[in-house]
Design a protein around this ligand. Sequence first.
Ligand SMILES: [Zn+2]
Length: 253
Amino acid sequence: MMPLYRMNSLASLIMELRILFGRIRLTKLEIQILEQQFPYYARLSEKHKREFREKLAVILTTKSFMGRGGLRIVTSEMKILIGATMVMVTFGWKDLRLPHFSKILIYPDTYYSTISRQYHRGEVNPKHGIIVMSWNCFQEGLENVNDGVNLGIHEVAHALKLENQIHYNGESRFFNPGVYNSFQKLAAIEVENIKAGNLTVFRSSAGLNGDEFFAIALEAFFEKPQEFFDYNPALYGTLAGLMRQDPRVWIRK
Ligand SMILES: [Zn+2]
C-alpha cells in the first residue's frame, strides 16, 4: 500500500486513489520513448518493466515540470526521460517518490545564477523543493551511458540524499542506517584519495565533499558499475546495499 500523505485537498485524494488502483498509465508513445532512449528500462524483464512504468506514471502525475530561461514547451520526452531517471535511482524501494522535490525546472542549456555568479548545469534547491536541470546537459548525460557522467543521475542523487534527511513529509530515513554508516566511512577514504590526486574511478570533483562524492559515485554506479566494482568492491557492495539494487545485473545482459 502506498502511504496516503498530502491528502489536504479533494484533488490530491482523487489522485492518490487513481494511483492506488493503477488507473494512471503511460501512453504508447511514452513507452516507446522509454524503450528507445532509456537503456536501463529496455534491459529490464517484462515484470520489472511494468513496475517501472507504474512508478513513472506516479512521478509524472505528482511532479510539476516547468520550462525556464526561454524554454516554452516542456515536451513529453523531457518529462519521460527526467522522470525515468528518478525511477531508476529509486527503483530499489517499493514506493519512494521524493515528495519534497515536487518541482522540476528545465532550462534549455546552462544557465547563469545571480547568486553564485556562475553558469550552472543543474542544481537542487531543498528550501523550495526544486530540482533544476539544463536539458542540453541532461541529454549529453544520456548520449553516452557508459562514461560515468550523467547530470540527471547527479541531481536526483542530491535530492535523494536530502530527502532521506527530511523528517516531516512521510518519506525519510529510508537509507538503512548501518549500511549508510559503512558507506560514509568508505566514502571518506575515497574523498581523501581523490584530494591526494590519486587516480580513482570517480572524476576529481567527487573530492569536494561528501555530497558531491555521493552524487558522482551514483553516476559511476549506474553508468559503469563493473569498472566501479573492480576498482573498489567493498564500496560498490555497500552502495548496492544502500540503493537496494545492483546495476551490474542489467549491464551484463
Ligand atoms: Zn553536485
